[in-house]
Write a protein that binds this ligand. Sequence first.
Ligand code: PD2
Ligand code: ZN
Length: 296
Amino acid sequence: MSQIITIELRKWILEQSAAGHSHESILAAMMTAGWARDVASHALQNTLPAQQPGPPAVEVADTAVQSPEQGVLTRTANAKVPDLDLSRSPRKVDAGDRSVDVLATLTQPRVVVLGGLLSDEECDALIAAARPRMARSLTVQTQTGGEELNPDRTSNGMFFNRGESELITRIEARIARLLNWPVDHGEGMQVLHYHPGAEYKPHYDYFDPAEPGTPTILKRGGQRLATLVMYLSEPACGGGTTFPDVGLEVAPQRGNAVFFSYDRPHPTTRTLHGGAPVIEGEKWVATKWLRERVFT
Ligand code: PD2
Ligand code: ZN
């Protein structure tokens, strides 16, 4: 098992220990925050000297072990994430070559539903360019950092390279302007195609810090911080993007998009989401993931 022990996490563990908390109580706090026992225990063993057997350590009476949730997983708290400037609750946001409608917003999790991000011609052109390159979708294999066929994802997919055509370059520049995030921090756009019955079961888009393959994945630009799912077609029934933690379903309407961000790789972001089964018609989407650093 390998596990990232960030400077922040090491510091947090050392602070809790210096404050008089026992290994067991620090371990318990980490598990409450969502860490698997073996992973938390590994992080502790690699940070603290072994506790001598003997009388139990005296616990600090009135201070609970501070939660490790904020900031210590792989990022510091309040680190910047991609976002739109909605401070004035605008109806439309300037995305450079196009004005995009703000249809709905949610703060926790951060979700923004956007209208008119892509023209009909752009949707058609993306589908036409993707169609000959489609293969059964793979997902990143978190055990090794490689890719694997995923039974939870029954769509077909492909990736464009960043900047590979005038169309891709134009859309990437629009997204960068809209979300205030540099083009080179984005992964190449992914296109997915769902037939009736196909779905993408609920999942998180960030890479789980507890998985051994994650350090390899993070070498290419750090964590994912945000997702933009753009709808290229409209299935007649089904195929919404769902957020089960908050009971939200976004209808797949051609040219529209749903944006969501996650400032830490943890379920407390409430960004569990899925692609509901398509019931009638076909669903095409293009997904853009935004990373912490330059994606290579
Ligand atoms: O196609 C979707 O609605 C969808 C849902 C959940 C796409 C993704 N996740 C994704 O590409 O990560
Ligand atoms: Zn997803």
